[in-house]
Design a binder for this molecule. Structure first.
Ligand code: ATP
Ligand code: MG
Length: 344
């Protein structure tokens, strides 16, 4: 039985969606729609690994959905839904918890970063997060996962879990009629010019929803004035821009701003530097403000328009969840047989 290619990816409904999410993930989601069947998920079960105010969580779920739609995700041709509406994610996550090894999870750098010094006080969910992420992907037997660079390690873990499951249950997988293992090993798609957009305040730290400083990121909901303020205050160094990419080495803030300009304009960094090489940051920042407002303004406006109609957003999620559930439930029936559960 051959497995048809399927794309899965998710975004957490936590805080503010930013330029990194947009360039590293959402623009990739849109690009894959022509060639693949795609499932895009608002991963609310992941969000609660850190405490969320319930009213804020509801608002964020709708905001991420609005951002998908405003950026060009087609919820009719593809599937858009919030994770908690499909119980199979949580069910398969438990099985993934039992397949994954403590040693594997102990190596995850995201947990170390997010738990910080107070590890004893982090939720068990934050620790087990990568197992749920593996389940999100595997429950659809997805083959391709577009993500930013920061998710590479979690994708490797998902592959390890898929491989161990296929090995541990090889006999019953065959009996269930699958001759090449049950789960495909999902491939990360980490591509494009902005797989790791950095903080505007510190070029060595990734731009992140959970950064306490709002000045560190450009939010998709920022208006022109906020974008201008943030870009103009972005950290730089005293040198003018170089004329070649090599000259960006050791200059993380300059590299980041040039990368953002390249990604938003669809040009290579080399081409951006041909135009701006030798220029002062003040001139380059003016151009970057103009480009950012031109590209992000319409998305922010459309997000606002969609957010004014929560009932519509909820109906998109309900429709997507029903279609996702159908695929996931069918796969879970096989999984239960493979593991040795009795179902009626
Ligand atoms: P948090 O800080 O709460 O983890 P986040 O900004 O990392 O939030 P996620 O919802 O965890 O956002 O990630 C959604 C997608 O966006 C993932 O594919 C992730 O790899 C991608 N992504 C997140 N930050 C960046 C970034 N700075 N540059 C490129 N891609 C990013
Ligand atoms: Mg993240």
């Amino acid at each position: 039985m051959t497995i048809e290619p399927r794309v899965f990816s998710g975004v957490q409904p936590t805080g503010n969606l930013h330029l990194g999410n947009y360039l590293g993930a959402i623009t990739r989601f849109v690009a894959l729609q022509d060639s693949h069947n795609c499932i895009y998920c608002v991963v609310d079960l992941h969000a609660i690994t850190v405490w969320q105010d319930p009213a804020d969580l509801r608002r964020s779920i709708r905001e991420v959905t609005a951002a998908f739609l405003a950026s060009g995700v087609d919820a009719k041709k593809h599937i858009v839904f919030n994770q908690s509406q499909v119980a199979a994610h949580a069910e398969l996550a438990w099985i993934c918890n039992c397949v994954a090894r403590m040693g594997w999870l102990n190596r995850m750098t995201q947990f170390k970063e997010k738990a910080g010094k107070d590890r004893e006080n982090a939720s068990v969910g934050l620790y087990a997060y990568p197992d749920l992420m593996a389940a999100d992907i595997l429950v659809y037997r997805a083959t391709h996962v577009p993500v930013g660079e920061d998710q590479k390690q979690h994708l490797e873990l998902a592959r390890d879990i898929a491989h161990k499951f296929n090995t541990d249950f090889a006999q019953t997988i065959l009996e269930e009629g699958f001759f090449k293992g049950f789960f495909p090993l999902p491939e990360p798609l980490i591509s494009g010019p902005a797989t790791r957009v950095m903080s505007l305040r510190d070029g060595t730290k990734k731009m992140s929803k959970s950064d306490p400083s709002d000045m560190s990121r450009i939010n998709l909901s920022d208006d022109a004035e906020a974008i201008e303020k943030k870009v103009k205050k972005a950290k730089t160094d005293p040198e003018p821009l170089p004329s070649e990419e090599k000259g960006l080495e050791g200059r993380p803030e300059a590299d980041n701003l040039v990368g953002i300009y390249a990604a938003l304009s669809g040009l290579a960094k080399e081409a951006v530097l041909r135009d701006f090489g030798g220029a002062q940051f003040s001139k380059f920042k003016n151009a970057l403000v103009e480009l950012s407002v031109e590209k992000l303004g319409p998305i922010g406006a459309e997000m606002k328009r969609l957010s004014a109609d929560p009932a519509y957003i909820d109906s998109v999620l309900a429709d997507g969840a029903a279609r996702a559930r159908e695929i996931a439930d069918k796969n879970m029936q096989h999984v239960r047989n493979i593991v040795g559960f009795i179902q009626s």
